[in-house]
Design a protein around this ligand. Structure first.
Ligand SMILES: Nc1ncnc2c1ncn2[C@@H]1O[C@H](COP(=O)(O)OP(=O)(O)OP(=O)(O)O)[C@@H](O)[C@H]1O
Length: 293
């Protein structure tokens, strides 16, 4: 699987600034439309008994599910549940310990990780940062043209950063920086977007506007998987959810996933990562002689 275009994550919160988002498109598809058999021409993403972890220590176990193209999915769960680990696997940064992911071959994936991976003191302009989203079109040997710069300007205007092109990124507030990263995501034009807590460092108005972009992407057929902790936000805006606690607790329509019983169960499974833990139940069956991760 090709590694996703990794993007840095948000930095600390910023002063709010009004966004000029694109006009609202059709609402995000209802969950029924995103479920298997909806007839979408684009391939779904399928996890088949997927286990992902670090140095043979599984962090998230035995996931089997399917996301139809255009799904808008919130991935939720307690700290340490394996949410970021799952995104890393989908982004191609971690190889599965077992199982497989299907539906990514030949598809562009954009990944906005949780931890900042960019040195903001590096003297690059907002234009430099955002136009990297067009790398798939321009390439290492290509030349940046006026049309590319124009697309950058349009993307920046869409996230309310018109006129910021020449600013160096060290002069941006955290929220402005996050918006610039969304402009870059826009230019990446990926079919699968993986966002790890994208609203963690932005104010309510900004997150509402960025959320609208996610809905627009989903409505246009892109699959959007977003790690979130704000369950109110998830209930209000995400038709589908995956509740993780190292293993899947529930997956499907958000209202059916985020029930008090499921949430209690997930909390009960928290912090269970243990270097000396025995094989999980499913692995124990496969390794009757026993073993430890
Ligand atoms: N690089 C790593 N090496 C070893 N273990 C790791 C590494 N990264 C994460 N882990 C462990 O994997 C488990 C899952 O971590 P992960 O970051 O996926 O959880 P999360 O659900 O995203 O948590 P949070 O909500 O706190 O961000 C945790 O127990 C964590 O300690």
């Amino acid at each position: 699987m090709a590694k996703a275009d990794a993007l840095p994550a948000a930095l600390p919160a910023a002063a709010p600034e009004p966004l000029r988002v694109r006009p609202k498109l059709a609402p995000a598809p209802a969950v029924e439309e995103s479920l298997p058999g909806s007839g979408s021409a684009r391939p779904a993403i399928e996890l088949h008994n997927l286990t992902v972890g670090y140095e043979r220590h599984p962090a998230v176990h035995h996931l089997s599910l399917r996301w139809a193209a255009g799904s808008l999915v919130a991935i939720v769960g307690p700290n340490g549940a394996g949410k970021s680990t799952l995104l890393k696997a989908l982004a191609g940064e971690l190889r599965p310990l077992s199982g497989r992911i299907e539906g990514l071959a030949g598809r562009r994936v954009a990944y906005l990780p949780q931890t900042p991976q960019i040195d903001r003191s590096f003297p690059v302009t907002v234009q430099d940062l955002v136009q990297l989203g067009l790398w798939h079109q321009v390439g290492a040997l290509g030349r940046w043209k006026g049309a590319h710069r124009q697309r950058c300007r349009e993307a920046l205007a869409t996230v309310g950063l018109q006129g910021f092109e020449a600013r160096t990124i060290d002069t941006l507030s955290g929220g402005q920086f996050q918006r610039a990263l969304f402009a870059r995501l826009m230019l990446q034009d990926a079919e699968l977007l993986l966002l790890d807590e994208p609203f963690a460092a932005v104010d309510e108005n900004t997150s509402a506007d960025l959320l609208q972009l996610l809905k627009d992407w989903s409505a246009s057929g892109k699959t959007v998987l977003t790690v979130l902790h704000d369950l109110g936000l998830v209930r209000a805006h995400f038709p589908q959810a995956l509740l993780l606690a190292r293993e899947p607790v529930a997956h499907g329509a958000t209202a059916a996933v985020l029930t008090p019983a499921n949430l209690r169960r997930a909390l009960g499974m928290r912090e269970s990562f243990d270097d000396l833990a025995p094989w999980c139940e499913a692995d124990a069956a496969a390794h009757p002689a026993g073993g430890r991760h």
